[in-house]
Ligand binder design. Structure first.
Ligand code: NCD
Length: 336
């Protein structure tokens, strides 16, 4: 694996290797000195053409914890705002010797174009492209699910495990959500059952072949006692004026995780949200701030997942020094 473009590209063994490597990275982050020499001398460029808080800071932190040099490039304030193309930007990064480019772009497919173009030789990591993919978000979600549902109940780190038999319900604006697409693919690969819940207007046309079930009735799905409920943000910036649901109140009544629905979750179930949240719309403050909410932990796990991804893509090439001792993660099979 040279790039990380799409959650669906990962085999089960590659995905489990990333989750196991994440566990090793997370363990290093419990130490007093969190910085590892692993990617010393390597350059990681964060190329963000679309707004981001969590993902951008998380990738930057991950690269710095691995001792890489990090260059942050945002479209605003760069020559992209003067009309420079993705190609010319990529050629510039290549000339500057970028070993990896983390790209977020509003156009679905932009990271794939970068990876396949030959404009640059470094690894490409997709940090979210349009409504298409967000693979590191799906990986951090899978890691969080595995820790809580497979691991912590037995008190052991579930190394080597997938998510077999777990039922994950993803609720909300599926139509505009790269998080939903990536999660459906990865959770299926890892053996989980996924149910999407949304109003018909927010379910993509052509959802039939997706490896999941679809429901329009949140209350009915809650009867099945899911292991996790992942609430998605209503992405108003992609709705171009609205018309997808009658009113915020109506949406929240039918599809929000309010106090009544929250109380119906089984005792072991966890509540997730990729952030940023619209409190009071898709999720109530009670649910978001409850002890069974893992929303803040998801953000923390994001750093370890991105450390794992950067390590496996860059150190897989051979000459970078690994994190050390028993938790030394092995490169992904076939990493180039
Ligand atoms: C998501 C994204 O950008 O796709 N957020 C994130 O990466 N943490 C989801 C969203 O914006 O709602």
């Amino acid at each position: 694996m040279k790039h990380l473009l799409s959650a669906g590209d990962l085999s089960r063994s590659e995905a489990v290797t990333i989750l196991d490597t994440t566990a090793a990275m997370a363990a290093t982050q419990e130490r007093e000195i969190k910085k590892l020499p692993t990617l010393r001398g390597r350059t990681v460029v964060n190329l963000f053409f679309e707004d981001s808080t969590r993902t951008r800071i998380s990738f930057e932190t991950a690269a710095k914890r691995l001792s890489a040099d990090v260059i942050n490039f945002s479209a605003r304030g760069s020559s992209v705002s003067k009309g420079e193309s993705l190609k010319d930007t990529a050629l510039t990064l290549q000339a500057m010797g970028a070993d990896a480019v983390v790209i977020r772009h509003s156009a679905s497919g932009a990271p794939h174009v970068l990876a396949r173009s030959g404009w640059m030789t470094g690894a490409v990591l997709n940090a979210g492209d349009g409504t298409h993919q967000h693979p590191t978000q799906a990986l951090l979600d899978a890691y969080t699910l595995r820790r809580h549902l497979v691991g912590l109940r037995g008190g052991v780190d579930p190394v080597g495990h997938g998510l077999d038999g777990q039922h994950v319900v993803i609720v909300g604006d599926i139509l505009h959500s790269r998080v939903a697409r990536s999660n459906v693919e990865l959770l299926h690969t890892l053996g989980a059952r996924v149910t999407l819940v949304a109003p018909p207007t927010l379910v993509p046309v052509g959802v039939e072949p997706w490896t999941c079930e679809v429901s329009y009735d949140f209350d009915q799905v809650l009867d099945t006692e899911p292991d996790a409920v992942m609430m998605l943000r209503v992405q108003r910036e992609r709705m171009g004026g609205g018309g997808f649901f009658p009113s915020a109140l109506e949406y929240s009544r039918s599809y929000g995780l309010d106090a009544r629905r929250f109380a119906r979750l089984p005792d072991h179930a966890i509540v997730m949200h990729p952030g940023p949240m619209n409190r009071g719309l898709e999720i109530s403050a009670d649910a978001a701030d409850s002890p069974r909410s893992v929303i803040v932990e998801q953000v923390g796990n994001g750093v370890a997942v991105r450390m794992a991804a950067l390590y496996l893509l860059l150190a897989g090439a051979g000459d970078a020094s690994p994190p050390g001792h028993a938790e030394n993660p092995a490169p992904i099979e076939g990493a180039a």
